[in-house]
Design a binder for this molecule. Sequence first.
Ligand code: OSB
Ligand code: MG
Length: 373
Amino acid sequence: MKVEAITIREIRMPLVHFFETSFGRTYDRHILLLTAHCGGIDGWSECVAGENPFYSSEWTETAWPTIKHHLAPAVLGQTLASAREAAPRMARVRGHRMAKAAVENALWDAEAKAKQLPLWKLLGGTRREIPCGVSIGIQDSVEQLLEKIETELSAGYRRIKIKVKPGWDINVLERVRSRWSDIVLSCDANSAYTLDEVEHLREFDQFHLLMIEQPLWDDDIYYHGRLQHELQTAICLDESIHHARDAAFAADIGACRIMNIKVGRVGGFTEAKRVHDVCQAGGIPVWCGGMLESGVGRAHNIALSTLENFRLPGDVSASKRYWKEDIIEPEVEVTAQGMIVIRDDPGTGFRVREDLVEKLTVRKETIRAGAAR
Ligand code: OSB
Ligand code: MG
């Protein structure tokens, strides 16, 4: 597989409904899409960096120049036997995992297409359908949140996760639990609490949550271990797991009982598989997180979720929950049983609607070997 050129572009897509977490509200996505041009085959990927450096330090405006000046040049003009060979070539760049994942994952898509294999098989997946949950943001009122939960439960989703922050937590969980005493429920704090709030966090135990996601600092693992020993509720780490060593450390010290894997956060499919394997060996179930992806990133999340240790419903849900019109065909759909059925066509099994992508594009640049610096 010769990497001849990489096209990087930014598209703008308005969300059907705003999405609010403890760090802020998003109405519009600014999404970077990559196309790796490899001998007549185009591999596609999505960079999951946000519009602002609030979930992590990476954002759209760091990803673009990092890809252009450092990551694309590391693979351009090279002949790779597999997309797995991309990560070591980009290793000189510190961090910037979402940008790296975008480059590597476009090559995985190209490789799957070149080998006429579904991406999920190339990744080593086994599941033929995957269980789906939803992540529901902070709303203007509790009534609105309850309405949203009602809608998602009737659609068949198997796990409801709500976003929490101080002032939108115990009071809200009480209302949810008093209406639905036995649904599978979890919450995500996106680092909204500190270790001074152990007593408050202990109150979460009464709601029998499947997990509480990332209660403490985004860069902390150690103190989550302290907290986990004080709580009955399982902690799930998201923000603070950047690679397989983080996962191994977290497992070793008992910092969490569940992990969320986001392929962008850990730097690509190769590292995501390593994190998956470390967790599996340590008896920690994982699930696939989401980053408000367009269909391109969503399709990659689906492929990843077919690996064996993805034992819990992920935040991988139907296109229509986010987009009036998604950029892939068919759109991602979820069955009445809350499952996504895995497609068997080569690559992701979803076709990119290039005409629509072109219309949504606000900037675009094609980088070729030796031309970027
Ligand atoms: O913490 O999982 C998170 C969205 C943006 C940033 C961080 C997170 C999220 C979500 C959305 O929870 C999950 C989804 O894409 O449905
Ligand atoms: Mg999270």
